[in-house]
Design a protein around this ligand. Structure first.
Ligand SMILES: CC(=O)N[C@@H](C)C(=O)N[C@@H](C)C(=O)O
Length: 726
């Protein structure tokens, strides 16, 4: 019997709206320990959340504070202190280490012009409000530190002495104006002193979603002296970011990314050549602290200020890899590897480190352990590493929650966000047990969320059939997440939406996924496939896909789908496929290689032709590496390489396609430029295959603006429902 899927646009929009009310956590800061007049100890926890506001058509950011009474080992009492407050105009903010002051970078309009201010608050007084725009020392402050897991360059850091603030901004540029404008009188008076470069100079940027970031500079505000300085003395060929104050405030430590011979896209690409640097402010010398042959990120100083932990992986190669956890000893200047790359998971089940950011604080109070959240197969766990032995313990492996995210840890008090496909994000705290303790963490909830009783999920594991085994990397397994309505009558068969993730070196963990939850409520089953090549399964799995995209990943997805169909609970006539980017590449491959199997296809900014993409994307290295070649900045692909890139692309199979295709395209996509989608659109139209293209101006690769995301979702389901009844 057919299932009844919700099909009225009004009803679907109502469910989407209802489930999009659940906010997600982007930040948590733990304040200092305060002793109350009755002797009880407590800390305030400041949290930031983000929620879609469909009426206003924007993602709103709000904060809420909590109070946690504790005895340094366990939580005694906790609760929210006050209601939520929307945050408007704050680019960045940070409390001082003592908790006495707060720094804010604020954007505000003055006489119709956007200006940036750096404010310092103390108690209930705004002590300073420095107009950074008027100072003209630098361009805009980098805002990418507002959410730790999105941070690439940005920061706002108090010196240990609380007298200085460190941040990252765009380098000041000569004014873009004509050589012939009156304001250039100065230049005309002195022709050897160019005041302008003209108006048409091209400035390289850091690619997708970083179009306004080109030349970052490190800036310091001397709070007492009201003086902003831009640090010089850094190597000319590096771009600095992720900075913090060195022990004793003697200088600043930062990551420097090489930007010569040209910048490559940085988002989702933690494989760019970079190193850890120290700029000594007493002697003005800049020292390189890591080899410079690798890619490094997320440097974190231990509480005893003796060591810096950071993540490291190799340059180029797959864009996401298994990282090493490294440690630089500030006093001996020695570097060690605490956790190495895992090629194949061993008996302990640890699959390797696949995080590209550590939480703002990640050290235990005794400076002996590091805690981080990391995909382990299809779940995200909290892991604890002993820096002396390198031994790893999962703090959450036995939990039935799908995904754990460490927002922060301070004096062993961990603040985490948890979710599952049927459970929106909730906020928890717990103390890390002592180093020799066998105890489990006693988690206490600060903000609970309601479980969706009608949604069920499970992780399925697959072993590819022997004919599809990879001879170089054999015996690799992969997983898929199956999310479906809970109560289904025996005779009812569900329609299925197959969703391979993008990347391809990425993973879908069992966390709250708005679109899957809505689809489930509508009566669909959703299959999210972590094919071989996904992260979280060991480095071998990642490498097994290089040179095999378009075959190995396609076959894995199809194998997972056909296995699920064998269960008998799915309507074989109602299987659709949807994916974005490399997931769109797979969706288009699947409809080309299995003609007629899928009844509808929806692809967001899909990679259609790697040979035509390489010249226009911000990550040309991705095209070469995924096609199985080595990337070199000064080498063009040769004819055989162009040929392979074309042959492994979905465009090659377009003449076999029978499935109607909906394309959702972001006009400003720098990653998979919109011409990719248009190339496919024209090829399908020429063959009379039903195709529709939705064009989202002002949107980039992720199509994540509230209106684009919600419109894309509505169109996707309506397209599938329409073609299921063809
Ligand atoms: C590295 C990268 O961005 N690859 C793209 C082709 C891709 O698939 N991106 C994914 C992560 C996406 O969902 O946008």
């Amino acid at each position: 019997m057919d299932s009844k899927v919700m099909s009225s646009p009004g009803e679907i929009a109502r469910v989407y709206k209802e489930l999009s009310l659940y906010p997600s956590l982007s930040r948590a800061d733990v304040g200092p320990v305060i002793t109350s007049q009755y002797g009880g100890k407590y800390s305030n926890i400041y949290t930031e959340w983000s929620q879609r506001d469909l009426e206003r058509n924007e993602n709103v950011k709000f904060c809420r504070q909590y109070i946690v009474f504790h005895d340094d080992k366990s939580v005694v009492y906790s609760g929210a202190s006050g209601n939520c407050t929307e945050i408007k105009g704050e680019v960045l903010s940070k409390d001082s280490p003592s908790g006495d002051m707060k720094a804010v970078v604020r954007e505000s309009s003055v006489k119709g012009e956007d200006k940036q201010f750096l404010e310092v608050w103390s108690k209930n007084i705004k002590m300073k409000s420095i107009n950074l725009s008027a100072l003209k020392k630098h361009g805009k402050v980098y805002d990418d530190a507002s959410c730790y897991y999105l941070t690439l360059f940005g920061c706002l850091v108090w010196s240990h002495s609380e007298t200085h603030l460190l941040y990252v901004a765009e380098k000041k540029r000569p004014k873009a104006e004509s050589f012939f404008q009156a304001s250039n009188a100065e230049q005309q008076a002195n022709p050897n002193n160019p005041a302008t470069e003209g108006q048409f100079v091209f400035h390289e940027d850091w690619g997708e979603a970083l179009g306004d970031k080109s030349c970052p500079v490190l800036c310091i505000l001397d709070i007492e002296g009201d003086f902003v300085s831009v640090l010089d003395g850094l190597p000319d060929d590096i771009s600095p970011g992720q900075a913090f104050w060195a022990p004793g405030d003697t200088g600043v430590v930062f990551i420097g990314w090489w930007h010569e011979p040209f910048r490559l896209g940085l988002k989702y690409c933690p494989n760019r050549r970079s190193a850890l640097f120290y700029m000594d402010l007493t002697g003005g010398k800049c020292e390189q602290l890591s080899s410079g042959k690798t890619s490094v990120c997320s440097p974190r100083l231990s509480p005893d200020q003796c060591r810096i932990a950071y993540l490291e992986c190799s340059v180029y190669g797959p864009h996401m890899q298994c990282s090493k956890l490294c440690m630089y000893d500030w006093y001996t200047k020695k570097t060690s590897v605490v956790v190495d790359v895992i090629k194949r998971p061993g008996k302990d089940g640890f699959t390797g480190i696949y995080s590209s950011q550590l939480s703002p604080q990640c050290w235990s109070a005794d400076s002996q352990r590091i805690i981080f959240a990391c995909p382990q197969r299809s779940r995200k766990d909290l892991l604890m590493v002993d820096i002396n032995t390198g031994s790893i313990n999962s703090l959450t492996a036995k939990s039935d929650i799908g995904s754990w995210c460490l927002l922060n840890i301070e004096r062993d008090l961990m603040v985490v966000s948890c979710s599952s496909p049927n459970c929106p994000p909730s906020l928890w705290v717990g103390f890390l047990p002592g180093i020799d303790s066998q105890e489990n963490v006693d988690w206490v909830t600060l903000e609970d969320s309601e479980k969706l009783q009608d949604v069920d999920w499970q992780i399925l594991t697959f072993t590819p059939p022997s004919e599809d085994d990879n001879s170089q990397y054999s015996n690799l397994e992969f997983d898929a997440l199956l999310i479906k309505p809970k109560e289904v009558k025996d005779e009812v068969k569900l329609p299925l939406i197959v969703t391979p993730h993008g990347g391809p070196h990425s993973v879908i963990v069992a966390e709250w996924l708005l679109s899957s939850a809505v689809l489930c409520r509508m009566g669909f089953a959703v299959l999210l496939v972590n094919y071989r090549g996904s992260i979280g399964y060991g480095e071998d799995s990642i490498y097994s896909l290089l040179g095999n995209v378009g075959t190995q990943d396609v076959k894995d997805v199809q194998f997972a789908v056909e296995s699920v169909l064998k269960s008998g609970s799915i309507d074989e006539q109602k299987v659709a496929v949807s994916g974005g980017s490399h997931g769109g590449f797979l969706a288009c491959h699947l409809i080309g290689q299995y003609p007629g199997f899928y009844k509808a296809c929806v692809a967001r900014n899909p990679v259609i032709n790697m040979a035509s993409m390489i010249g226009s994307t911000d990550i040309p290295d991705w095209c070469m590496v995924e096609a199985g070649f080595v990337f070199n900045t000064d080498c063009l692909p040769d004819a055989a390489e162009w040929e392979k890139m074309l042959n492994i692309s979905p465009i090659k199979y377009v003449s076999q396609v029978k499935t109607p295709v909906l394309l959702t395209i972001g006009e400003d996509d720098k990653r998979v430029p919109n011409k990719q989608g248009i190339e496919y659109y024209k090829a399908l139209k020429a063959r009379q295959i039903p195709v529709r293209l939705l064009w989202y101006p002002g949107n980039n690769h992720s199509l994540s603006k509230v209106d684009a995301e919600s419109d894309g979702f509505m169109n996707m389901v309506l397209w599938m429902i329409q073609h299921f009844s063809d």
